[in-house]
Write a protein that binds this ligand. Structure first.
Ligand SMILES: C[S@@+](CC[C@H](N)C(=O)[O-])C[C@H]1O[C@@H](n2cnc3c(N)ncnc32)[C@H](O)[C@@H]1O
Length: 283
């Protein structure tokens, strides 16, 4: 059974967590990572049939789906998706990406710390809502920089407000304010400044880095998916140390908090940062 995110600790349960989440990822994330990336897709540098795009720590191919849905039908870039969790790559391979020659799409199980690609290889390197999962982001960002072609573009997104995490924490506070809040991955990376800081240490130049914020509100089926996520096994550690009676109240109190979130924002509100950088020609 999956436990909460504990990515930076030794013996991380992150691969197990994402293995379990892989089959229901899109639903149980309320499409949040897709909808946020869709908002900054216009910041991705122009893509041609000569482009070689890396969807890094791809999950089921969230960024790939957005990129392909925006391409003219006669443009066929190469896309390589990598993720350390085999079930995520299986999900990527079983996803239909309409309009693209299947020979142009590859999914490979690979850790972002050790990218098995040559230097100066990709024209675009996208890391969508995964940087906070990396145990050592600077190792992974050095790999992103190394594998990008000169003038190639890196896009790295992170949370500004992880909406469902806020809901889970508020639910915990209402029942057992005395116990620790559930840990989510790498909150120290939930800011553009933190990502920029690591990029600067990974070879990118300050004058070639820009960032922008984005937001989305999950409603309807997306909200149902988030509720399923928050109610179930993925938030088990939020109820650690609770009595059975307290655990029985989780669904009701969660419903109250979700309703308040809906009254406040119209649904569960997620905010993100996108950091966009170009690799210098001289590097
Ligand atoms: C929050 S999900 C984001 C997935 C996808 N990029 C998206 O936009 O929805 C984080 C993903 O990063 C992957 N991941 C975490 N750490 C990784 C690492 N060190 N190397 C490769 N993949 C990693 C996980 O398996 C998971 O699929």
């Amino acid at each position: 059974m999956a436990d909460s995110y504990q990515p930076s600790s030794q013996g991380s349960n992150l691969p197990k967590y994402f293995h379990h989440l892989s089959q229901t990822y899109t639903h149980q994330t309320g499409n949040s990572t897709r909808n946020l990336f869709a908002q900054i897709a216009h910041r991705v540098a122009p893509i041609s049939s000569d482009s070689i795009i890396h969807d890094n720590a791809s999950g089921p191919g969230t960024a790939t789906g957005v990129i392909l849905s925006n391409l003219p039908p006669d443009v066929h870039p190469q896309i390589v998706a990598t993720d350390m969790v085999p079930a995520m790559i299986d999900a990527f391979k079983s996803t239909e990406f309409p309009g693209i020659n299947p020979n142009h799409i590859t999914g490979i199980v690979m850790k972002s710390e050790t990218l098995a690609f040559p230097a100066n290889h990709f024209t675009h390197s996208i890391t969508n809502f995964s940087v906070f999962n990396f145990a050592d982001p600077s190792i992974c960002l050095r790999e992103i920089h190394r594998t990008l072609k000169p003038s190639g573009q890196a896009v790295i997104t992170t949370w500004k407000r992880f909406g469902i995490g806020e809901v889970v924490h508020e639910t915990q506070r209402r029942v057992r304010p005395d116990l620790p809040l559930m840990k989510f991955s790498g909150p120290d990376m939930y800011s553009a400044d933190a990502v920029v800081d690591v990029m600067l240490r990974s070879g990118f130049a300050r004058d070639k880095i820009d960032f922008v914020s984005m937001e989305t509100v999950a409603t309807g089926e997306d909200l149902d998916g988030l509720r399923a996520f928050a109610e179930g096994q993925f938030t088990e550690s939020a109820r650690r140390g609770w009595t059975e009676e307290e655990k029985d109240r989780w669904g009701v109190v969660l419903g109250d908090v979700l309703e308040e979130e809906r009254e406040r924002f119209g649904g569960v509100r997620f905010e993100g940062w996108a950091v966009v950088a170009t690799k210098g020609d001289e590097q």
